[in-house]
Design a protein around this ligand. Structure first.
Ligand code: B12
Ligand code: SF4
Ligand code: SF4
Length: 380
C-alpha cells in the first residue's frame, strides 16, 4: 500500500502541474480544534457579521469529516493569480481587484480539481472543495505546509505570496502528510498600515465588516461612515495582499485564465457603470467573481466611488441616478455622493429631489446629505 501511495502522490503532483496548479501539499484529515475555537471567537466578536457565520459553521469548517465521512487526507492546492493592472488609471474610473476581473476563479479551480479527483477515484473516494461547503481553507492549507497565515489573514505561499487562490480535495486515501511551515510576520506591519479602513488588527485577525472587499459585496446599504474609506474600489480590494513583501517579491503570473474577461476592465468607467442594467450585467459580469450580487450592487458601488472622486463632472450622472434609478439603494447612495461632492448644482439636485422622493430610506439619505449645509439654528 505504501509504495502505491507514494506512486499515486507522484502522479498527483504531475497532474496538478499539468492543470496549472502551482503548489500541492497534503495534511491529515483530523478535525482542528484550534481552528474551530479561533473561528468561533471571530464569529462571536461579530467580525463576520455580514456573512451570518456562527458556531455551527466553525464546527463544520474545521472538520473534514463533515465534507467526506471517513476522510483521511486533505489535499490543498494553490494557484497564483497575480496580474498587474495597466499603469495609467483613467479619470472617473473605479478599481476592480485582480481576483475578480477574470472569469470566476471558482470555475477555473474546480476544473483543475475535478481532474485530480478523477485521478484519485479508482483508489478511494474524493470530494473537491472550493467555496462549495463550509471549510477552513486557510487553516488546512497552513497545516499542509502550503504556506503560512499572515497578519492580513491571507495564506502566504512561498514564491507566490498572498496573491494565490486555494482549493482542496478531501479524500479517504491515507496519504502521508507534509510538514507545516513554521513562520510568522515578525515586526512587519505593512498590510496593517496600508489598510484604509483599520480592518486588520495586527494580531492575525480581521474585522471583516470593515474590509472594503466585504463592504462592496454587501447587498444592503454600505454604512455611511465607511463610504469615504472605500475610495475608488468598485469591487474587492488588493491593498493588503499586494503590499505584502512576499507578494511583491513573487514574479507576476500574467496567466490567461486570470486576465480580464471580455468586456471587463480593471478600471471600469464609473459613469457607464452607474447606468449598468441587468442585460449588460448578465452578458459581461455574470461569469466573473463580480457576477453574484446583481447589477444594482455594482451601480451602488459606482455611486460611492463617484462621490469619493469629488469630481463635479460626476454630478449630472449622479443627478440622473438619484431621479431615475429603479433601486432605492442606488438612489440613496447617489444622494450621498452628491452631498460629498457638494457643488451648488449637486446640492440643488438634492433639494429638488427631496420634494418628490417618497421612499423613506432615500429621503433619509437626502436629508443626511444636506444636513451639513443647512443653516445652523440657534436657540435664543
Ligand atoms: C468570507 C470570506 C471573505 C470575507 C472575510 C475574510 C476573512 N479574512 O475572513 C471578505 C469578503 C472580507 C474576504 C475578502 C478577501 N478574500 Co475571501 N474568503 C472568504 C471565505 C469564503 C471564508 C473565510 C472565512 O471563513 N473567514 C472566517 C475566518 C475566521 O476564518 P479564516 O480566514 O479561515 O481564519 C483563519 C485565520 O485568520 C487564522 N487565525 C485566526 N485568528 C488567528 C490568530 C492567530 C494568532 C493566528 C496565527 C491565526 C489566526 O485561523 C483562522 C481559522 O482558520 C474564504 C473561502 C473559505 N471557505 O475559506 C475566502 C478566501 C479566504 N478569500 C480569498 C481572497 C482571495 C480574498 C481577497 C484577497 C479578495 C480581494 N482581493 O478582495 C480578500 C482579502 C481580505 C483579507 N484581508 O482577508 C482567498 C484567500 C486566499 C489566500 N491566499 O489566503 C479564499 C481562501 C478563497 C479561495 N478559495 O481562494 N473574504
Ligand atoms: S482587502 Fe483592503 S480593506 Fe480589506 S483588509 Fe485588506 S487592505 Fe484592508
Ligand atoms: S504585509 Fe507583512 S505583516 Fe502583513 S502579512 Fe505580509 S509579511 Fe505579514
Amino acid at each position: 500500500m505504501h509504495g502505491t501511495l507514494t506512486e499515486l502522490r507522484r502522479r498527483l503532483d504531475e497532474e496538478a502541474a499539468r492543470c496549472g496548479i502551482d503548489r500541492l501539499r497534503v495534511t491529515a484529515a483530523r478535525a482542528d480544534a484550534v481552528t474551530r475555537e479561533r473561528m468561533k471567537a471571530a464569529f462571536e466578536r461579530g467580525d463576520l457579521a455580514t456573512w451570518g457565520f456562527d458556531g455551527e459553521r466553525a464546527r463544520l469548517a474545521s472538520d473534514p469529516e463533515t465534507v467526506l465521512p471517513g476522510a483521511r487526507s486533505v489535499i490543498c492546492v494553490a494557484v497564483g493569480y497575480d496580474t498587474e493592472p495597466p499603469k495609467e488609471q483613467p479619470p472617473l474610473s473605479g478599481r476592480v481587484s485582480r481576483y475578480a476581473w477574470s472569469l470566476d476563479y471558482h470555475r477555473t479551480l474546480r476544473t483543475a480539481l475535478e481532474r485530480l479527483e478523477a485521478l484519485l477515484k479508482p483508489y478511494g473516494r474524493a470530494r473537491a472543495v472550493c467555496d462549495t461547503v463550509p471549510f477552513a481553507e486557510r487553516a488546512f492549507a497552513e497545516r499542509s505546509g502550503l504556506g503560512w497565515v499572515g497578519k492580513h489573514t491571507g495564506l502566504i505561499v512561498p514564491g507566490l505570496g498572498a496573491v494565490a487562490f486555494l482549493g482542496e480535495i478531501v479524500t479517504d486515501i491515507p496519504f502521508e502528510a507534509d510538514a507545516p511551515i513554521r513562520k510568522q510576520c515578525g515586526a512587519c506591519r505593512r498590510c496593517v498600515d496600508v489598510c484604509p479602513t483599520g480592518a486588520l488588527r495586527g494580531d492575525y485577525t480581521i474585522d471583516a465588516k470593515r474590509c472594503i472587499a466585504d463592504l462592496n459585496q454587501r447587498v444592503d446599504a454600505i454604512p455611511r461612515a465607511m463610504r469615504p474609506l472605500v475610495g475608488d474600489w468598485l469591487w474587492g480590494c488588493d491593498l493588503c495582499t499586494v503590499a505584502c513583501p512576499p507578494s511583491r517579491r513573487a514574479p507576476k503570473m500574467e496567466r490567461p485564465p486570470f486576465a480580464p474577461a471580455a468586456g471587463v476592465s480593471p478600471f471600469p468607467d464609473l459613469i457607464s457603470m452607474l447606468r449598468l442594467r441587468s442585460g449588460e450585467y448578465k452578458r459581461t459580469y455574470r461569469a466573473t467573481a463580480m457576477g453574484w450580487r446583481g447589477a444594482a450592487v455594482l451601480r451602488r458601488n459606482a455611486a460611492v466611488c463617484l462621490g469619493n472622486s469629488l469630481d463635479r463632472a460626476a454630478v449630472p450622472a449622479l443627478e440622473r441616478a438619484l431621479a431615475e434609478d429603479p433601486h432605492p439603494m442606488v438612489r440613496g447612495h447617489s444622494a450621498w455622493a452628491l452631498g460629498r461632492i457638494a457643488s451648488a448644482r449637486a446640492l440643488h439636485a438634492l433639494e429638488e429631489r427631496l420634494v418628490v422622493e417618497d421612499h423613506h430610506e432615500v429621503r433619509e439619505e437626502i436629508e443626511a446629505a444636506l444636513e451639513p449645509f443647512r443653516p445652523v439654528r440657534r436657540s435664543t
